[in-house]
Ligand binder design. Structure first.
Ligand code: ZN
Ligand code: ZN
Length: 264
């Protein structure tokens, strides 16, 4: 079994939803050293245009240049990559363009930020089947974008959390296998993240059984997908949650060869 020795999904204050004043690049690097991580990646939300920014947020293109200069000043270890987390609004519509992607070391392209109601395509029917079908359509849009290196928190209906288990149950294995074969063929990595771990009962996300994300990830592995680890930490304390992934890693029997080259 492998241990996560990298974290390619970290947010800094450049992400408007990151409110932890301690989430600075030097602090993240120090935390990574303490955890023995070989490689980390900053994956800040990229909002480039004022007409496609979530309400209350501002375009942050200029901030990426400043952040990337700060990253360039770091002496490894760990290796620090300049990434971003971009959005799929719908098939052929994304929050970044190829030019911006070319200036990143890698792009995490979300296919399920459905909580951005006004920006991201919504399921036409809000039923388990409708939400499941919509997740497939959006995931394929991300795989086919020619922008994505990694798809994060896969097949989780953000903004429709109560549909998570029934929507996944509504998607047959055969469909998942086809979609993940295409993902593997496009050399797009699937993220392994603590977001898959069932949240404690009583929060905004109705809790679920680990068997639900495990089924999806098992089919991804079976289809030949390769994986990267990402904590999706918006606060320093959240980085350590990577250590809680061992039940998932063990159940998937992940080996070094299952990791995407980006993770190496
Ligand atoms: Zn995300
Ligand atoms: Zn994120």
């Amino acid at each position: 079994m492998i241990n996560p020795n990298h974290d390619l999904h970290l947010h800094t204050r450049l992400s408007p939803c990151c409110t932890d004043v301690n989430q600075t690049i030097p602090n993240l690097v120090a935390a990574a050293r303490q955890m023995g991580l070989r490689k980390i990646g900053m994956a800040d939300h990229a909002w480039l245009q004022s007409d496609t920014v979530p309400a209350g947020w501002q375009p942050n293109r200029a901030g990426f240049a400043v952040r990337n200069r700060a990253i360039a000043a770091i002496t490894p270890p760990p290796v620090v990559l300049r990434g971003c987390e971009a959005d799929t609004f719908g098939p052929g519509r994304f929050s970044i363009d190829r030019r911006f992607a070319a200036r990143c070391d890698y792009v995490i392209l979300a296919a399920n930020h459905f909580h951005f109601r006004a920006l991201v395509d919504q399921p036409t029917t809000v039923t388990p089947q409708g939400v499941g079908d919509h997740m497939i359509r959006m995931f394929l849009a991300a795989v086919r974008s020619h922008l994505a290196n990694i798809i994060p928190h896969v097949f989780m209906p953000m903004g429709y959390w109560e549909y998570y288990e029934p929507a996944i149950a509504a998607i047959p294995d055969k469909i998942f296998l086809e979609v993940f074969q295409e993902t593997a063929a496009a050399d797009v990595a699937v993220e392994i993240t603590p977001v898959y771990l069932p949240p404690p009962p009583g929060g905004i996300r109705r809790t679920w059984n680990l068997a639900t994300p495990l089924r999806v990830l098992t089919l991804a592995r079976q289809a030949g997908c390769r994986f990267v680890f990402g904590s999706d930490a918006h606060a320093l304390v959240a980085m350590s949650q990577l250590r809680q992934l061992s039940p998932l890693i063990q159940a998937l029997a992940l080996e070094e060869k299952d990791l995407h080259p980006l993770a190496r």
